[in-house]
Design a binder for this molecule. Structure first.
Ligand SMILES: Nc1ncnc2c1ncn2[C@@H]1O[C@H](COP(=O)(O)OP(=O)(O)OP(=O)(O)O)[C@@H](O)[C@H]1O
Length: 198
């Protein structure tokens, strides 16, 4: 039964607001959604906890696990490896919840090729200038990693705004408006579908 619960992919450039939207959704619907914890080889940011925000790991262990087929998707982004393990998604589905995956474009392409049949949301920043401003204000990036994120963002926006690639595109300009759009989509599609499967 739980395998029929379709996961929800949240995709968008770094700084577009995926984490902030997901956080609000998990607060509003704690019993409906669960967040899959990704693996990464990047260093934790201040306040990030292992097993909560990410499973922090090293390149050798991660490559070994990928070779063993334990990952649904993986990607290298700004020099670090990221990936979603099958176990992380199963952990949420087994609780009868919709698993939310925060992944990049490369990951979306890989997960579309699995039998998970995910729902997909693309979060688009209002402009490149505003994206830069938000990343600067977040104070998590060096000048170099900021630039790499912005370079990557252009490519991601190009893929994300092709209508066939995502079920919905949400422009995160005013946050409350963007959240309302996401909320409407999940109530009308994601949760409705899930209920009919149960
Ligand atoms: N609509 C908005 N208006 C203004 N600021 C916003 C808005 N949405 C998010 N932010 C802020 O922009 C920054 C980036 O948001 P967030 O960390 O959620 O992005 P992200 O897409 O999850 O990034 P990453 O992929 O790097 O984790 C945060 O500091 C957040 O508070």
């Amino acid at each position: 039964m739980s395998s029929a619960v379709r996961p929800l992919l949240m995709c968008g450039p770094s700084g577009s607001g995926k984490s902030t939207l997901v956080k609000r959704m998990l607060e509003e619907f704690p019993d409906k959604f669960g967040f899959s914890v990704s693996h990464t080889t990047r260093k934790p940011r201040p306040g990030e906890q292992d097993g909560v925000h990410y499973h922090f790991t090293d390149p050798d262990s991660m490559r070994k696990a990928i070779d063993e087929g334990l990952f649904l998707e993986n990607a290298v982004f700004t020099g670090n490896m990221y990936g979603t393990s099958k176990a992380a998604v199963q952990h949420i589905s087994q609780q009868g919840k919709v698993c939310i995956l925060d992944i990049d474009v490369q990951g979306v392409k890989q997960i579309k090729n699995t039998d998970l049949r995910p729902w997909s949301v693309f979060v688009k920043p209002p402009s490149m200038e505003e994206l830069r401003r938000r990343l600067v204000n977040r104070k998590t990036e060096s000048e170099e990693s900021l630039q790499r994120r912005l370079d990557k963002a252009e490519e991601e926006i190009e893929y994300g705004t092709i209508p066939a690639n995502f079920d919905v595109i949400i422009v995160n300009d005013d946050f409350d408006t963007a959240y309302e759009e996401l909320r409407r989509f999940v109530i009308e599609k994601v949760l409705a579908k899930k209920n009919s499967n149960l």
